[in-house]
Design a protein around this ligand. Structure first.
Ligand SMILES: [Zn+2]
Length: 184
């Protein structure tokens, strides 16, 4: 299961091998275009500096909230209120759509700009905690990785972001055991 809020949080990329290198994907136009295409945000066009700065602010807020969930805690009232502000910055209007003989009532954003994108990303967090299972949010157990994911495993036992981290840690443990056979 994928959520736009997880993609945003993981746009601050840390090398899982622990080299200390990081990548700031919010400054990478190609990454932003792929992200916008994937989530249906292309109509917002290219983000300006203010829009990118706001996304970075939202990312920091979402990381705090997701890490709280991963630790079995609840996001604070201040964090919830900040998330509501982000969603509130993009007003929607009710529109009755008539197609053929049927009608649909739709909630349509007043403008499809980067405030709307930020509101949609914030809303993906709100949907995760209301329609899905917030206790499945995890931060990769590799301490240098920081990747956040939604654990869909049946036994809720997934601890690693992807096989690379799992394999990396297995190899490391194996080497430690060989060096120090009595320790485990
Ligand atoms: Zn990882």
């Amino acid at each position: 299961m994928e959520f736009a809020c997880l993609d945003l949080v993981n746009s601050d990329w840390h090398d899982h091998r622990g080299s200390g290198s990081r990548r700031e994907y919010l400054d990478d136009r190609a990454w932003l275009t792929r992200f916008a295409d994937k989530w249906g945000f292309s109509e917002a066009g290219e983000p300006d500096g203010t829009a990118v700065a706001r996304l970075k602010y939202l990312r920091a807020l979402l990381r705090e909230m997701l890490e709280a969930l991963a630790e079995g805690k609840r996001p604070s009232a201040r964090q919830v209120s900040e998330l509501n502000s982000v969603m509130g910055a993009s007003p929607t209007v009710r529109v009755l759509q008539a197609s053929g003989e049927s009608y649909r009532l739709e909630l349509v954003p007043k403008a499809k700009d980067w405030d709307w994108v930020a509101a949609e990303i914030a809303a993906s967090f709100a949907e995760m905690v209301t329609k899905h299972d917030p206790t499945r949010v995890r931060v990769c157990a590799n301490p240098v990785c920081h990747w956040v994911f939604y654990d869909e495993s049946r036994n809720r036992t997934r601890r690693w972001c992807e096989n690379t981290c799992a394999n990396l840690l297995k190899v490391r443990r194996f080497r430690e055991r060989r060096r120090n056979p009595k320790s485990t």
